[in-house]
Design a protein around this ligand. Structure first.
Ligand SMILES: Nc1ncnc2c1ncn2[C@@H]1O[C@H](COP(=O)(O)OP(=O)(O)OP(=O)(O)O)[C@@H](O)[C@H]1O
Length: 477
């Protein structure tokens, strides 16, 4: 919910760095111009000026979520650091209102020699949280970070994932009006990222968010507005979809310009998914399935062709482990005890390709009798965006199961595995009682199964649908 209240105002902001070709030039620059001025020489300069950011102006209102996009080196971190007050502008002005908590790239914030615990208190002080208040929140900070005894170790011994866990947890506990997140969520395991994304989606309801990411899908999904920076200048500020589309079009044009326009029809055999991308662009005919095949037997014919060229889809599943799942909640009349993904013939699937039939099964132990349990699932991407999901309600509305206490119930969903872009994914599973509209969650497990698409032939979109057939022909007019 954005309001008219101004939270960040950036006016003609600029940051200049002096670049020295060699260290001795820095010394010369300190001494010689002063001497030169004494003899009337005002032109002695031993460095080049480089503007990391220049002439950037925009404002953010309370409740907005604004994405900052741009290629490497376009000035995103420079901008955020000036907004957070950790970097001084060369020109222009930043005004901020309320408390800003920042999760900037690794390296910002903590004292590496101090333990995690000491850094919690240090950060709390920096955010102006009284120590007594921080003590009250400490257990919750520790629980969110979930780094166990490492909280007693100096943060210099932390992995980058642990570092982000603690930094995010602190940022989430300082009653910030504005959260600034800079690529930090690309570090760490998917379950923690999912937890952060759940937090951010809740935070969006009351707070202001600045979100920097190379992942334009994530920006589109999360942000109302986006600001596009290029070589330190603001190219566009507007509705996220418009900005992202223009940005991607410019990226595409720049990529084409750099690789040249010529596409050889006689391509070498591809050896990776990346190579398959160039195969995608080829006008070569693709083998399609026989049209009279039973729909269940039909795979996307292009997959065989792409596999033949060495390009593959590989999705690797990690088994259900109750100790490794994300958080869970529910009224408790039933407990989900097992979740499996299997191939169409029932064998447990650890690697799937996309396009084939699979079975997702969810087993629950019933603790108290439930009239018509509803089982459901969601497949989510790394940022918690729900890609697809389903439940048993409609199929069983006229013949509800009535399991008694102690029964074990299994729901099985058979579907064709979509083709997914490379990335990490997870599946939430849930069991509810009631109806589709009015129900009580008895047990919901976030991230019960996780999986990784390590190779993919897919380039665009969130989910690829296996094509049953594609026909291209010239028609009479
Ligand atoms: N201390 C510095 N001295 C000189 N140049 C710097 C300094 N810090 C940043 N730069 C330059 O300023 C430009 C903008 O850097 P910045 O880190 O803000 O870009 P970015 O968009 O965040 O990039 P990335 O996406 O790679 O993190 C880059 O060309 C960078 O090399």
């Amino acid at each position: 919910m954005s309001s008219d209240e101004l939270i960040i105002s950036v006016d003609s902001l600029g940051k200049k760095y002096d670049i020295y070709a060699q260290p001795v030039d820095r010394l010369k620059q300190m001494i010689l111009p002063r001497l030169g001025r004494a003899v009337g020489r005002h032109d002695l300069r031993y460095h080049k000026e480089f503007w990391a950011l220049r002439n950037v102006s925009f404002s953010v209102r309370r409740g907005e979520t604004v994405g900052i996009i741009g290629r490497n080196g376009s000035g995103k971190s420079t901008l955020l650091q000036m907004i957070c007050g950790t970097l001084h502008p060369t020109e222009g002005e930043v005004k901020t209102f309320g408390r800003i908590a920042a999760l900037l790239e690794l390296g910002a914030g903590f004292n590496p020699e101090f333990t995690g615990e000491e850094n919690v208190y240090l950060s709390g002080l920096l955010y102006g949280i009284p120590e007594v208040e921080l003590r009250k929140r400490f257990d919750s900070i520790l629980a969110f970070a979930d780094i166990g005894d490492f909280i007693k170790q100096p943060v210099k011994t932390y992995s980058s994932g642990m570092y982000v866990r603690l930094a995010f947890s602190i940022a989430a506990h300082v009653d910030a009006d504005t959260l600034v997140i800079d690529e930090a969520l690309s570090v760490g395991d998917i379950r923690f990222t999912q937890k952060c994304m759940r937090y951010l989606r809740e935070f969006q309801k009351r707070g202001t968010l600045l979100f920097v990411s190379h992942d334009t899908g994530a920006v589109t999904n999360l942000c109302d507005r986006a600001v596009w920076l290029d070589r330190g200048e603001m190219v566009m500020d507007g509705i996220t979809r418009d900005v992202v589309e223009s940005y991607l079009a410019a990226q595409h044009a720049a990529d084409r310009a750099s690789i040249g326009q010529s596409i050889s029809v006689e391509k070498p055999r591809a050896t990776s998914a990346r190579a398959a991308e160039s195969a995608d662009a080829a006008p070569a005919p693709l083998a399609m399935p026989a049209t009279d095949a039973h729909p269940d037997d039909v795979m996307d014919g292009r997959l065989a062709e792409l596999h033949g060229r060495g390009a593959r889809n590989i999705v690797e599943f990690f088994e259900f482990d109750p100790d490794q799942v994300g958080s869970s909640f529910g009224a408790g009349a039933a407990e989900i005890v097992d979740v499996k993904l299997a191939g169409a013939t029932g064998e447990s699937a650890q690697i799937v390709l996309g396009g084939e039939l699979v079975e997702l099964s969810i087993d629950a132990r019933i603790r108290e009798p439930i009239e018509g349990p509803i089982f459901g699932f969601y497949v989510k991407d790394r940022l918690g965006q729900r890609l697809f999901g389903d439940n048993t309600f409609v199929s069983y509305v006229d013949k509800p199961l009535m399991p008694g206490a102690g029964a074990r119930v299994r729901a099985s969903f058979h579907f064709r595995m979509p083709i997914l872009p490379t990335g990490e994914y997870s599946i939430d599973v849930a069991l509810a009682s009631g109806t589709q509209i009015d129900h009580t969650h008895q047990h919901w497990i976030h991230d019960a199964l996780s999986f990784r698409a390590s190779e993919s032939t897919m380039r665009y979109g969130l989910v690829g649908i296996p094509m049953l057939s594609i026909d291209l022909r010239q028609v009479e007019v």
